[in-house]
Design a protein. Sequence first.
Length: 368
Amino acid sequence: CCLNGLNLHSDFPQLRNDTFLRAARGEETEHVPVWCMRQAGRYLTEFREFRAGKDFFETCQSPEACCELTLQPLRRFGFDAAIIFSDILVIPQALGMDVQMVAGKGPTFPEPLKEPEDLQRLTAKVDVGKELGYVFKAITLTRHKIEGKVPLIGFSGAPWTLMSYMIEGGGSNTHSKAKRWLYRHPEASHMLLTMLTDVIVEYLLGQVAAGAQALQVFESHAGILGPVHFNEYSLPYLRDIARRVKDELKEAGQDVPMIVFAKDAHYAVEDLSQSHYDVVGLDWTIDPQSARERTGGKVSLQGNMDPCALYAPKERISDIVKKMLEGFGTRGYIANLGHGVYPDMDPENVGAFVEAVHQHSKQMIKKI
Ligand code: 1CP
């Protein structure tokens, strides 16, 4: 009935395709499951039409809109999982920060954190159910409307990635304002990361209670940290999140796979494979075979085709997918891109990617 004091939703339609969940646990499958980061996005005409004239975060706050946008890519392609339509920046909003999505510019914080004193502006004890209940509602609704076709993934940004947005005030190439804090204000940095971690843990548990069947944590800005800073400001918090979420889930008798995606953190692949996550997501800068060797079968792997390979002709995509499958092997593997689909990509090529994963992997598995 309960998870961390939260009401566990049940009575969902029975899951008909659990390939993604089995692969996450390293179990046998008939084909390699596949989904794409940003599979709900602007490369789809129906997405652009639906979003036209609507504010981005208002869209995120509407459970019906999130449900529709989550389901759109499933109507076109044979994806083996869906990811709830939302954004990682709903957490800074829940902490009391103003975040707007500015057309042509991306997410913008009119009043970013500048100095440690600014931490006092943040809500000390966030009521996650109240501030982010709209995400939980979106998950419950979508889990019903998905009709058991595929599992639904919930997600959160990781502490360092969220911290960097809160200080930079938006996207950045250098992340120098946020990194300045790491060098100049290490204590305040740890304070902020701890605050974020506490909210993220509750937020992820709330998503499971609402119906999420897997969880992904996005450390999208890992690459800007070197190994030393990653070990101090990212990894301990990623570990803490997985351990705390897993402990609570275990107590509630829930088995929900967790995925960590630390973009451009190839130096940390061994550590990530021992950080309590079931799956390590990889970007395209790491070779599949060496990722396997370095993680030694301890976890499942997810990724990692260069998104730009979707610009290639379809036959070429098929060849690239075949090589990728041969590199990772078909067991304990979830095919994905190494980052999200870009808005100018051809949906047909996304379809070709999905088809190629299914077709080649079925043949490879038959031969074993
Ligand atoms: O108007 C629009 O539609 C804007 C484009 C867009 C979309 C489709 C944004 C703005 N966010 C999203 C949805 C989203 N964001 C999803 C759900 C959809 C899906 O994946 O199918 C998810 C999982 C995210 C997560 C997210 N948001 C991340 C982590 C993944 C990653 O890309 O590394 C990050 C970094 C963000 C911040 C963000 N939101 C949007 C943009 C353009 C950005 C990046 C800004 C920047 O740093 O430049």
